[in-house]
Design a protein around this ligand. Structure first.
Ligand code: BGC
Length: 493
C-alpha cells in the first residue's frame, strides 16, 4: 500500500507531516484499556451483590458518608451508575474486535473480588484456590474465553489502585492515619507478602489465558494522591495531606511489591497462551509526564521542573527498571540486586505534561523535600502530544526497555472532535518515536467504554463508547473516535 493511500482523511493530521503511522512494528498491539473497579459495576440485570465488588477500599471510599472533609472531591456517585462490564463484556469485546479492529484489551483483575477475605494464613496455590471466590474465578475465565474467541489478547493489570478492605481501611486511615489498623501499603511487609501471593495465584490460575501482565498501575499516583496532595483532580484513599513519611513507606512498599510480584508471576505462569514462545511478559504501568518550567527564563522554575521530573518520573522508575533505589530521594541511589532485572517492558500512561512554577531549595533528603516544589502548578490535561514522543525516547535512552503505551486518552463528552484530534496527534507523535528507534510494542486508548472515574464518579467520560449512567440498559453509543481509531489501526497494519 502506498503512503498516499494511507493518508485517509481522518489521518490528515498524522499525514500532514508526511509521517503516517504505518511505521509501527508488525505485531504491534492496538488496544483499549479498562480497569475492574472503573467498569465492572452497574450491571443492568445481574443482582447488585453479584455485580458489585464491595470489598475494596475504593468502594468504601466513594460510598461512605463518613468523610466530611473530602466533600467536594468525592462525587459519591453510586456504583450502580457504572457501565456494567461484568455483565456486558461480550458485547463490549465484540465491538472492540468488529468495530475498532483491536488486537488487545487491557483490563484488571480485582484482588478483593477474587479474595474477599484475608489470605494471611494461606500458602500455596491449592489453599488460595479453595479460598478464592468461585463466581469471581468463573467470571474472569469467561471474560478471557470471550477474548480468545474474538482473537483479542489480554493485557492484565494485577492491581489497578484498589486494595481489599481486609488489608486497607481507607476511611479509617483518612480519619486517623496514626490509629487505623488496616493500613494498606503502610503495612509494608504484609502488603508485599499478600500481593505477591495473589499475583502468583493469578498467574497460575489464568496463565493459560494471559501472557502479558502488569503488576501495579501508576504507583506514584497512589503515593501523591493518597498521602501528599489529594484533591479534586485525584484523591486516592486514604487521601491524607502532606504525610511525607507515610508517602515514603508506601512508595518503598510498591517498589518492593513490583519486584516480588514479578518473581511470583514468572514462577507461576509457565503456560504460553498465544503460542509465541513466551509464557509471560511482566511489566509495571507508570504515569509519565514531562515537566516544563512555567517561565523558561526563571532559574527557579527551570530548577523546579528538573526536580519535579526527578521525583515524579525518575526515582521510582530507576528503582524498578534499574535496581537503583533512592530511599530518601536524596538523588544518591544505592544498588539493590533484589530489585534489578525485573521489568520485561514498561507500561507508559501518558496524558499530559506538568508545569512547574517555582522551587525552593532542592533538598532531596527525604520525601518531605516535595515541599520544595511548592507552589507547583500541576496543570493536568494540557494537550501536549509531543510529550509522548519525549517520554518514549527518554525510556529508550535511560532504560532501554520495550514500551507499551498502556493508557492515552481524553474526555470527549460532547463528541465534538476533541477525542479524534487528540488520538490522531498522539499516535503521530508515537510514530515519530518509533521511527527514532523507540521499541514501542503497543498502544491502548483510555478507555473502551465510559468509566467510573475514581473520585469523579461517572462525571468524566473517556470512552470510545459513551454510556449514559442513567440508562438502566447501559446501552453503548459509539463516539467519533471509534471510526477514526479503526482507520488508524487498519492503515497501520
Ligand atoms: C488511571 C485511570 C484513570 C485515567 C484517567 C489514569 O490515571 O490509570 O484509572 O481513569 O488515568 O484519569
Amino acid at each position: 500500500m502506498t503512503r498516499a493511500l494511507l493518508c485517509v482523511p481522518l489521518l490528515l493530521l498524522a499525514c500532514s507531516s508526511g509521517k503516517p503511522p504505518r511505521d509501527f512494528p508488525e505485531r504491534f498491539a492496538w488496544g483499549a484499556a479498562v480497569a475492574g473497579f472503573q467498569v465492572d459495576m452497574g450491571c443492568p440485570t445481574l443482582p447488585a451483590e453479584q455485580c458489585e465488588d464491595r470489598r475494596s477500599d475504593w468502594y468504601e471510599f466513594v460510598t461512605t458518608s463518613e468523610l466530611p472533609d473530602t466533600n467536594g472531591y468525592v462525587a459519591r456517585d453510586p456504583l450502580s451508575r457504572g457501565p456494567g462490564f461484568w455483565e456486558l463484556y461480550e458485547q463490549d469485546l465484540t465491538r472492540a474486535k468488529d468495530e475498532l479492529h483491536l488486537g488487545s484489551v487491557r483490563l484488571s483483575l480485582e484482588w478483593s473480588r477474587l479474595f474477599p477475605t484475608a489470605t494471611d494464613a494461606l500458602e500455596g496455590y491449592e489453599a488460595l484456590r479453595a479460598a478464592a471466590d468461585p463466581d469471581a474465578l468463573a467470571g474472569y475465565h469467561r471474560i478471557f474465553a470471550a477474548m480468545k474467541a474474538r482473537g483479542l489478547s489480554p493485557l492484565v493489570t494485577l492491581n489497578h489502585y484498589t486494595l481489599p478492605t481486609w488489608l486497607h481501611d481507607g476511611v479509617g486511615c483518612h480519619k486517623s492515619l496514626a490509629n487505623c489498623t488496616r493500613r494498606g501499603w503502610l503495612d509494608k511487609e504484609r502488603a508485599v507478602r499478600e500481593i505477591s501471593k495473589y499475583a502468583g495465584f493469578a498467574a497460575r490460575e489464568f496463565g493459560g489465558e494471559v501472557d502479558t501482565w502488569a503488576t501495579l498501575n501508576e504507583p506514584f499516583a497512589v503515593v501523591l494522591s493518597g498521602y501528599i496532595f489529594p484533591g479534586e483532580e485525584r484523591a486516592n484513599p486514604p487521601a491524607v495531606t502532606l504525610q511525607y513519611e507515610a508517602a515514603r513507606t508506601a512508595m518503598l512498599a510498591m517498589i518492593e511489591a513490583h519486584a516480588r510480584m514479578y518473581d511470583a508471576v514468572h514462577a507461576a505462569d509457565t503456560a504460553d497462551a498465544d503460542g509465541d514462545g513466551a509464557a509471560a511478559q511482566v511489566g509495571l504501568v507508570y504515569a509519565m509526564a514531562p515537566a516544563k518550567p512555567k517561565d523558561p527564563a526563571s532559574a527557579l522554575d527551570v530548577r523546579g521542573a528538573k526536580q519535579l521530573f526527578y521525583v515524579f518520573n525518575t526515582a521510582f522508575l530507576d528503582a524498578v527498571c534499574k535496581g537503583e533505589l533512592d530511599e530518601a530521594l536524596s538523588g544518591r541511589p544505592t544498588r539493590r540486586e533484589a530489585l534489578a532485572g525485573r521489568m520485561d517492558y514498561l507500561g507508559v500512561n501518558y496524558y499530559t505534561r506538568l508545569t512547574v512554577a517555582g522551587a525552593e531549595e532542592p533538598q532531596f533528603a527525604a520525601l518531605s523535600s516535595m515541599t520544595a516544589f511548592n507552589p507547583v502548578t500541576l496543570s493536568l490535561w494540557e494537550d501536549y502530544p509531543r510529550g509522548l514522543y519525549e517520554m518514549a525516547l527518554h525510556v529508550k535512552e535511560r532504560y532501554g526497555l520495550p514500551i507499551i503505551v498502556t493508557e492515552n486518552g481524553t474526555v470527549d463528552p460532547k463528541d465534538d472532535g476533541t477525542g479524534e484530534s487528540f488520538l490522531t496527534r498522539h499516535v503521530a507523535a508515537l510514530a515519530d518515536a518509533v521511527r527514532e528507534g523507540a521499541d514501542v510494542r503497543g498502544y491502548y486508548w483510555w478507555t473502551l467504554i465510559d468509566n467510573y472515574e475514581w473520585n469523579h464518579g461517572m462525571g468524566m467520560r473517556f470512552g470510545l463508547y459513551g454510556v449514559d449512567p442513567a440508562d438502566p440498559s447501559k446501552a453503548r453509543t459509539a463516539r467519533r473516535t471509534v471510526s477514526s481509531y479503526a482507520r488508524i489501526i487498519d492503515a497501520a497494519q
